[in-house]
Design a protein around this ligand. Structure first.
Ligand SMILES: [Fe+2]
Length: 265
């Protein structure tokens, strides 16, 4: 069975909460096991926890999963999971996309891990946004928008005093809503001055949002989402990164598509 990155394992651990809410700590299982069960519509609770724990505790990712859980960011993500399950699932999917596109960014092993971890954490700052703003179905007032737009800065604030998160992760979280044309927030950075990880996260964040169910619109099809990204090349997004995502084969993206379609429909 393939073991995915520690981040992916951690992200998927929330499934176990749904399966066994009495369990007091996170436990992770490989994504293909979860997908298989979800696609077969089988419950996850029919599971030998003791055996699984033994198996996972000797797996390469386990120590890192535990250390991420022990940071305050791990606690905040757990809180986000309860506060806004849809946002949490979005973070999971953005990290899953990050894992798929990371090889195309030619990153070092450490940067690769930082990119995926940063994508998972990109919306952690939403824990500080009041529920009535985060979940409002009507249009937000300007005042409410201003609060929501603080989530990248809140996110950086949550992560910044922990050595587990490097500068690349902090930059990604703070700047994932910058736009290539300088019209984004919080800093209004422009073009390549926006850190690479934040530019890449912005593309996959938008892609996943387009494919997601929203109260006010139907989800985009894959084709519509690719078209929308292309339409915003070099305005909202770094055009090269858009091209990179679009060039990835459906086969390589299949795990992500299985996941979003199994969750959202
Ligand atoms: Fe965000």
């Amino acid at each position: 069975m393939t073991l995915f990155s520690p981040e992916i394992l951690l992200m998927l651990s929330y499934n176990c909460y749904y399966a066994t809410p009495s369990r007091v700590y996170h436990f992770s299982k490989p994504i293909d096991y979860i997908l298989q069960k979800k696609l077969q519509k089988q419950p996850l609770c029919h599971f030998n926890w003791v055996e699984e724990e033994k198996r996972m505790s000797i797996s390469p990712g386990y120590a890192e999963v535990v250390s991420l859980q022990q940071t305050n960011a791990g606690s905040w993500m757990k809180y986000l999971m309860y506060k806004s399950p849809a946002t949490y699932r979005h973070c999971v999917r953005v990290a899953l996309l990050a894992e798929i596109i990371a090889p195309y960014l030619n990153l070092s092993e450490q940067d690769n891990a930082s990119f995926i971890r940063g994508c998972f954490l990109h919306d952690v700052g939403k824990v500080r946004v009041p529920n009535d703003i985060l979940h409002k179905k009507e249009h937000l007032s300007e005042w409410e928008w201003n609060i929501l737009r603080k989530h990248p800065v809140y996110g950086e604030d949550i992560l910044k005093n922990h050595s587990f998160f490097d500068a690349n992760i902090l930059d990604l979280v703070r700047h994932h809503h910058e736009r290539y044309d300088g019209e984004g927030y919080p800093a209004g950075m422009y073009g390549k001055s926006i850190p690479l990880f934040a530019r890449a996260c912005s593309v996959i964040d938008a892609f996943d949002s387009m494919l997601s169910v929203r109260p006010y619109r139907k989800p985009f099809t894959k084709e519509q989402a690719y078209q929308e990204l292309s339409r915003n090349r070099n305005t909202q997004f770094d055009g090269k990164l858009v091209d990179m995502l679009i060039s990835i084969s459906t086969e390589e993206m299949s795990l992500y598509f299985s996941y979003i379609y199994s969750k959202e429909k």
